[in-house]
Design a protein around this ligand. Sequence first.
Ligand code: PGA
Length: 241
Amino acid sequence: MDVRILDTADQIAVAAGELFVRQIKTNPQTILGLATGASPVKMYQYLISQYRNGYLDFSKVKTYNLDEYCDLPRDDKNSYYTFMHENLFNHINIKEENVHLPNGNAPDMAAECASYDKMIADIGGVDIQLLGIGTNGHIGFNEPADTFTEGTYKVKLTDSTIKSNSIYFDEGAMPRFAVTMGVGTIMTAKKIVLIATGESKQNAVYAMVRGEVTPHCPASILQQHPDAVIFADRAAAAKLL
Ligand code: PGA
């Protein structure tokens, strides 16, 4: 695990963004694993600026997102489909057919999950996977549990995740289920980049980096990944300093 502590979220956006820029410049047909939430937004802005400067071309890039809510229309303002378009896809030259998110409204969820994993495996796996971390140590929607999850699956969200994310929803409208890549799927990525900022992530970052590898902190599995880079600002890294 390569832990890089920087002063500000803006510095992290550039440093993490540069890893993605380099990957796409090296291989224009890169397979990106992408994340939603507050953590990646500034990095997406950096990638957009590099595209606008004429430095990056997304025309052959394919993307696979970590997760999506269940029981929320795809075009809902809070869907991850909408989030990704508003924060990245609408501002770069990626082809819509190259954009993938799991379908949280699929009639047969088991088939949807199996086909999402198969799609990723068939194209040779994700080259570089972006992650945030939940205050409870979750990655994607893999919540603390007694065992590590494997492939993509439908998950019941924990109270702490519902509390964190319900700020975006009108009262009572927060979905209770989501579909997410499993920890096993995430770990197949060739490179993983995790961004953690702010004091609320202190305990999760400490458990991920210094704690034992345990499904009670799903992000701790990244200690076993051969190429995981963790970017934390000083607030998120406070307990490591
Ligand atoms: P955040 O969420 O980026 O909005 O803090 C991260 C996560 O819950 O994985």
